[in-house]
Ligand binder design. Structure first.
Ligand code: XMP
Length: 507
């Protein structure tokens, strides 16, 4: 049985980060809404209570019956979690006189406490709260303080229950990983047996059992998730897996042939379908971004469905859904919203059962599994690329000629990032073809041609992003190369907008 830590989610933005940190300790964990603790699951060895956007005394604050957890499992409350634990048993939580946000230093630390083993005064922690615990219930003992916050950490005496006011999961808490290790390994007794190799071994065995001799069809996009899902399924069921890779004509330069070759080298049973003419004709004259997306989404399903029907006896649809797509997100009202959407309604249309072998993995774990499976690095470290591809990077209507111009410019930019060792430093990058012509001069000729915008961003999850501060020399080289070699472009600009308020894509 795979032992696990449960992270009860009270709605904090850092809940997923707690999950990732625990997994980085090779300890399996699951994030569940605050009111959905799996009391019947015998594999749970400890519980972490997350932070929350609420104050514990808000009318709408998320609450759960802590009596059913306290004393039954080792427990660690973080920020709101710590306040909730203290308040429930008679402590006082009040708005802080001076709100403490950002870095703080622990001034007093009881390093003999098992939670704080190897953590000493001076350790930097990250605070982010408007409330503070002003008095603790009887039997709760302070084990760390900062200059502003006397109750930075506490333990309930004689019990395996702790609370910390700061956020050990964020990078700026320098001993945060140590604290989580102390909890997960020393206190909960976690065996740290969660690794890419163990995941592959168990998942392949489970897939063999679940699928037997059934046939599975899977849509490949060239992206990391669907590629890793395919290789994993291939390891489990071999030729009973058929992959379909559709070229809608809006892929990057040479991407269809390059990626198809990669898949073949990996031993996948893959059908490449060049449907670009269909998409070009359906998209002709369409300028509205959402209409473009709808046409491509529907066209993709039609082509996929048509190809899949040529196969006989398919029972399952394989998908590269990953954990962040499945975690039930909490709305501010406390209702849970299932954020997991199947791609464009394919399983319903085709009457297939869903098989999602990566649904428990975070993105960095998907990459680790891909590496362990021997996949090439360039497939694993690939930037995200939107499903509708270059269609949402050509502002206005789409023609094959515009796609060609954009593919050439994009290729120069992306290859340049690779050559300069910058590719892995940015989250994603691409070129946008603007619906603008401007005057230029080439030799003795006046030109009146297109302008493009380069876009490169840094990010950790695409929810927020900053424009990448790329070196001027690099930009100069890329700009010259694009203007000198891509016919139809005479001006290159760089997009310096962050998200929010801008988005990563322009459409
Ligand atoms: P935005 O532009 O909203 O993009 O900041 C966030 C991330 O999502 C990608 N993106 C898409 N992916 N279909 C997709 O599969 C889409 O229609 C789509 N639109 C944006 C975008 O590239 C970025 O990684």
């Amino acid at each position: 049985m795979q032992e696990k830590i449960i992270i009860l989610d009270f709605g904090s933005q850092t809940t997923q980060l707690i999950g990732r940190r625990v997994r980085e300790l090779n300890m399996y964990c699951e994030i569940v809404p605050y009111n959905k603790f799996p009391y019947d699951d015998p594999s749970v060895i400890g519980v972490i209570l997350s932070g929350s956007p609420f104050s514990v005394y808000d009318e709408k604050a998320f609450k759960t019956d802590l009596n059913r957890l306290r004393g039954h499992y080792p427990m660690l409350g973080i920020c709101y979690g710590a306040q909730l634990l203290a308040q429930t048993y008679g402590g006082t939580v009040e708005p802080a006189d001076s709100r403490e946000y950002g870095r703080a230093l622990l001034t007093q630390v009881d390093s003999s406490n098992p939670l704080l083993k190897d953590i000493v005064p001076g350790s930097q922690v990250w605070m982010s709260h408007g409330d503070t615990i002003t008095s603790l219930p009887d039997g709760f003992r302070i084990i760390a303080s900062t200059a502003q916050v006397p109750v930075a950490a506490y333990q309930i005496e004689g019990e395996k229950s702790w609370g910390v006011q700061f956020h050990p999961e964020v990078f700026h808490s320098t001993d945060g990983t140590q604290l989580l290790r102390n909890f997960v390994v020393d206190i909960c007794g976690g065996k740290q047996d969660w690794s890419a190799a163990s995941f592959i071994e168990t998942t392949v065995a489970q897939l063999k059992e679940q699928l037997g001799d059934d046939k599975v069809v899977l849509g490949l996009s060239g992206g990391v998730d669907s590629s890793v899902a395919a290789v994993l399924l291939n390891k489990a069921i071999g030729k009973n897996l058929t992959c379909i890779f559709v070229d809608h004509g809006m892929l990057r330069k040479n991407e269809f042939t390059d990626v198809l070759r990669d898949y073949e080298v990996l031993g996948l049973n893959v059908i490449g379908v060049d449907a670009s003419q269909k998409f070009f004709s359906e998209l002709a004259g369409v300028t509205d971004p959402e209409k473009k997306r709808k046409i491509i989404g529907k066209g993709f399903i039609d082509v996929f469905d048509q190809e899949a029907h040529k196969l006989s006896d398919v029972k399952w649809l394989g998908q590269g859904t990953i954990y962040p797509d499945c975690i039930e997100s909490l709305s501010i009202t406390g209702t849970t919203i299932k954020s997991h959407h199947n791609v464009g309604g394919l399983p319903e249309k085709m009457n297939l059962k869903l098989c999602e072998p990566l649904r428990l993995l975070f993105k960095d774990e998907v990459r680790a599994v891909g590496r362990e499976l021997g996949m090439p690095e360039h497939l694993i470290t690939r930037h995200p690329f939107p499903g509708p591809g270059l269609a949402v990077r050509i502002l206005g209507d789409i023609t094959p000629d515009k796609v060609r111009i954009l593919q050439e410019a994009d290729h120069i930019f992306i290859q340049g990032l690779r050559d300069w060792g910058l590719y892995d430093k940015v989250w994603q990058a691409g070129v946008i073809l603007l619906p603008v012509q401007s005057v230029g001069v080439m030799g003795d000729e006046r030109t009146y041609e297109r302008a493009v915008a380069l876009r490169a961003v840094t990010s950790t999850d695409a929810m927020t992003a900053d424009w990448a501060h790329l070196p001027y020399d690099f930009m100069a080289e890329v700009s010259n190369k694009i203007i000198n070699t891509v016919r139809g472009v005479n001006r290159v600009t760089y997009d310096i907008s962050s998200k929010p308020p801008a988005t990563i894509e322009w459409e």
